[in-house]
Design a protein around this ligand. Sequence first.
Ligand SMILES: NC(=O)c1ccc[n+]([C@@H]2O[C@H](COP(=O)([O-])OP(=O)(O)OC[C@H]3O[C@@H](n4cnc5c(N)ncnc54)[C@H](OP(=O)(O)O)[C@@H]3O)[C@@H](O)[C@H]2O)c1
Length: 322
Amino acid sequence: MLSKEGVEGVRIGFKLGEDNGKREGIFPPQNGKVAIVTGGAKGIGYETAKHLSRLGMHVIIAGNHENQGLLSVGKIVKETGNEKVEFMYLELASLQSIRQFVQRFKAKNALLHVLVNNAAVMLVPQRITADGFEEHFGVNYLGHFMLTELLLDTLKQSGSTDCNSRIVTVSSATHYIGELNLNDLQSRHHYSPHGAYAQSKLALTLFSYQLQQRLAADGSHVTSNVVDPGVVNTDLYKHTSWLFKLCKWLTSWLLFKTSTQGASTVIYVAVSPDLEGSGGSYYANGQKTKSADTSYDEDLQRKLWARSCKLVGILEHRQCAS
Ligand SMILES: NC(=O)c1ccc[n+]([C@@H]2O[C@H](COP(=O)([O-])OP(=O)(O)OC[C@H]3O[C@@H](n4cnc5c(N)ncnc54)[C@H](OP(=O)(O)O)[C@@H]3O)[C@@H](O)[C@H]2O)c1
């Protein structure tokens, strides 16, 4: 007989299935598991955090606005009845903040079963992070590279043969037009907001595949996959032109997914038993899809990995040996 939690798990699966219009995944309860969702206070990250909570997970919303984060925690607790939801401060534009976040998380002596690398900025004007990185590259890519690297030991300890820990990295279809310029990763010679966003999303895809290779090579019970949530009506578009915003306002009901729909593939990749032990893939619309040819270039993946280690100053780490 299904427990109350079991019924809940089924219900969420079908709800997401209907929203997505494509799949009807039935997600089992996730009680006792722990997830971190970056940028989980709003948009796709919020919906992901909420659904993982509903499945019984202890969810940590990692974000850079405390008030908004606490409000989101309150809403999730109220809606799901799961009180194991919390906010932890994480500024991905600062390596120091990332280190402090990981220290605070590790001080809890908690396990970590799911890491959702979701937060991002898009089309911001040319700006640099606290460490001097171009903002798209620094926040979207390098911040998550560093965060994942520092959490890998906990993810490895938390995974097992029949229940691998999962790293879910949120990319975008924009990565298909991305170019990775190893000679100008910070876009100093030529800056275009679109180019910088696309480069950061291509970098995340390359990273996710290379990470999977490294995890598999050392026999870790951790998988790494990439997700494209689709075109979703969120605040991500706040830096677009007024004309774009007007068009979006007029057409979003037709052309844009809701945040719940956008989160459905992220949640599927984070918890579906169909994907147990399976990593190194790109998912869109709930299905495994081919990513850009460049993203499979292992030489480029290794070069980016080595460069990233150097940039964030963690060359000494074993996983970072190129
Ligand atoms: N929406 C789409 O059409 C679409 C399409 C393809 C891919 N995606 C991807 O989906 C993911 C979620 O985006 P979304 O659409 O849900 O956008 P969103 O609503 O703007 O959410 C992005 C989240 O990232 C957080 N964030 C931004 N900079 C941060 C920083 N420096 N440190 C910590 N957190 C930071 C934001 O917090 P604040 O804003 O409060 O700073 C926000 O919570 C992103 O990776 C995006 O690239 C979205």
